[in-house]
Design a protein around this ligand. Structure first.
Ligand code: SAM
Ligand code: SF4
Length: 337
């Protein structure tokens, strides 16, 4: 293994992992206030000039795809559907050569209206976040009464052909911890793919506690009260979800055990925040400022070099279980989940 990042080529780190999956946050703002993500009053949002413009985003994604071997581009936030230029950004990214796979992680509000245009623009897939099917709980959890809008968004995505439609759910003790079987039944009935995610220490309020989070073991035990789960013979690769066949298959359910069964050794992610910072990991404490370089006139070679250097320094693991673990100062909504 070499002792420094190469002058050209892919985004490799000193442990030999290669990042091919780019997460791009399009905004830190959101129209929900999920309790595990943001405080009720929201956050001090990035100021307009701090945000990358649509053209700057497309340029950096182009550098990643053309020069750094990125093959997957996922737009997220904050809530990416509230970015006015989203459809144009997707159009430009889907037109890159080689064409990356293009996907979106969203809370689903407004997706019923936008899904056809996004599909036409070249969007391949969506993940919609939905933690509960109970309207009262939804309002408690997200602090907004928008369950119907999310359900309409899911249906709109499926109707537009953005398949497979995946649902991401986070379970919280004392709130929706008992809902795993109902969420899976709902997903099976509608041909959506459910993935349940362990809650991570990424909330702006720093309210996460290892002792109270719902673990993958508990999630699986809860699902098994209603379904037979057997190990999925399919290759997992760099996918964060461990998948299980439901009642013998072919339907599957995924569990993303970021905390209790970390998959950092297989991680293939690189992240770009809405203000143009490269992060090697959700839990990184360092960032590399591509916006400043870009606005100072850096050419594509220089941007690619800086991106490689940033990824070379990626740590071996997130270290949530280490006594010295420090939660990143940026919350999930400002990194891009
Ligand atoms: N607003 C969009 C959404 O909710 O899908 C995209 C951004 S959101 C930060 C991306 C994903 O991160 C969502 O599925 C959300 O449930 C998840 N998330 C947010 N905070 C989390 C936390 N503390 N632990 C685990 N997942 C979290
Ligand atoms: Fe918004 Fe997504 Fe955070 Fe919920 S998880 S507050 S929808 S950014």
């Amino acid at each position: 293994m070499s002792l420094a990042p190469g002058a050209d080529g892919v985004l490799v780190d000193r442990y030999g992992r290669v990042a091919r999956d780019l997460r791009v946050s399009l905004t830190d703002k959101c129209n929900l206030r999920c309790t595990y993500c943001m405080p009720a009053e929201g956050l001090p949002w990035l100021a307009g000039p701090e945000l990358l413009t649509d053209e700057e985003i497309v340029r950096l994604v182009r550098v990643a795809v053309e020069r750094l071997g990125v093959t997957e581009v996922r737009f997220t936030g904050g809530e990416p559907l509230i970015r006015p230029g989203l459809v144009d950004i997707v159009t430009a990214v889907a037109a890159l050569d080689p064409r990356p796979r293009v996907s979106l992680t969203t809370n689903g509000i407004g997706l019923d209206r936008l899904a056809p245009a996004l599909r036409t623009a070249g969007l391949d897939r969506v993940n919609v976040s939905l933690d509960t099917l109970d309207p009262g709980r939804f309002t408690t959890l997200t602090r907004r009464p928008r369950l119907d809008a999310v359900l309409a968004g899911l249906a709109g995505a499926a109707a537009a052909g953005l398949s497979p439609v995946k649902i991401n759910s986070v379970l919280m003790r004392g709130v929706n911890q008992d809902e795993a079987p109902a969420l899976l039944r709902f997903a099976l009935d509608h041909d959506y793919q459910l993935r349940i995610i362990e809650q991570m220490p990424l909330d702006a309020q720093h309210g996460w506690a290892r002792e109270t989070m719902v673990t993958a073991e508990e999630i699986l035990a809860s699902l098994r009260t209603a379904f037979d789960l057997s190990p999925d013979p399919a290759e997992r690769g760099a996918a964060p979800a461990e998948t299980w066949l439901v009642d013998g298959g072919p339907a599957r359910v995924g569990v993303i055990a970021s905390v209790t069964r970390p998959f950092c050794g297989d991680c293939d992610r690189t992240r770009l925040t809405a203000d143009g910072q490269v992060r090697a990991c959700l839990f990184a404490t360092e960032e590399s400022d591509l916006r400043a370089a870009l606005r100072a006139g850096a050419d594509d070679d220089e941007l690619a070099r800086r991106w490689r250097t940033a990824m070379w320094g990626k740590r071996a693991g997130h270290g949530i279980d280490d006594p010295t673990f420090l939660q990143p100062t940026r919350p999930m909504s400002a990194i891009g989940g």
